[in-house]
Every structure is written in C-alpha cells, then in structure tokens.
Write a protein that binds this ligand. Structure first.
Ligand SMILES: Nc1ccn([C@H]2C[C@H](O)[C@@H](COP(=O)(O)OP(=O)(O)OP(=O)(O)O)O2)c(=O)n1
Length: 123
C-alpha cells in the first residue's frame, strides 16, 4: 500500500494534477470506478467465488477497475490526512471487538441487532 500511495503521489505531481485531485474530486472518481466494477457484475446474477465462467478479458477488466478503486481510495485518504494502512489495521481491531467470534459465529447480523440477552455491551 505504501508503494501504491507513493507512486500515485508521484504520478499526480509529475502531471501537475494536484490542482484537480482535491478530496471531493477524488471521492467522485472513486465512486465512478466502483460503478465500473459494478458494471462488470451487472445482469450476471449471483457470481461464485473465483468467478467461474468469466473470460480472461473480463477478469483483466475487473483487475483494472479494482485497482482504480484502490488507487483513488489511497489518494483520497492521503489528501484527507488519513493514514489508511494504519487506520485500517486499527479499524480491524475495533471490528474484532465489536463482533467477537464466539458470539457471532455463523451469523451475519449487524452489531446493533444483537439483543442484551446476547451479551450486548450497550449502544
Ligand atoms: N485525473 C486522473 C485521471 C486518471 N488517473 C489515474 C487513476 C486511475 O487509476 C486511472 C483512471 O483512469 P481513467 O479515468 O482513464 O479511467 P479508466 O482507466 O477506468 O478508463 P475507462 O473509464 O475508459 O475504463 O488513472 C488519475 O489519477 N487522475
């Protein structure tokens, strides 16, 4: 992630594109790329892990669009002064506390749906 962040900062600076890469523009670019990912899944119905039946060119297109999402996400975080690699690790620790494996085993309910009888710690 550090390499991607550094290389994208270099790419942007070399083109004098920081003038366009303000947080809101980056957010819009990110959402646009998420839309391009969605377009690849559009009308296909449920898709199993590993994308069986997808052609090599569809797989390549997906890898490109997912990369665009990641690149814009990292740059957006940087321009918002969020250290995303560090923040994501900290957030994963919070997630693990919010969803203790023993308590939520096999259930996809949101934490707000667990009742006090389930041992909710209050929200
Ligand atoms: N002003 C820009 C334009 C592009 N990029 C970089 C980041 C993305 O990784 C990629 C996005 O390029 P495009 O806008 O050309 O989008 P696509 O590559 O998805 O092309 P297309 O929309 O034709 O699928 O290029 C950027 O940083 N800043």
């Amino acid at each position: 992630m550090e390499d991607i962040r550094r290389l994208q900062a270099q790419f942007t600076a070399e083109r004098d594109w920081n003038q366009f890469h303000q947080p809101r523009n980056l957010l819009l670019a990110l959402v646009g790329e998420v839309g391009e990912v969605a377009e690849l899944f559009q009308w296909k119905g449920e898709v199993a892990e590993g994308l069986p039946g997808w052609t090599p060119s569809q797989r390549e297109a997906l890898s490109h669009e997912l990369s665009d999402v990641l690149i814009y996400l990292l740059e957006l975080a940087e321009k918002c002064h969020v250290d995303l690699p560090q923040a994501a690790l900290a957030k994963m620790e919070l997630n693990a506390k919010k969803y203790p494996a023993g308590r939520v085993q096999g259930s996809a309910k949101k934490y707000t749906e667990y009742s006090t009888e389930d041992g909710e710690q209050g929200h």
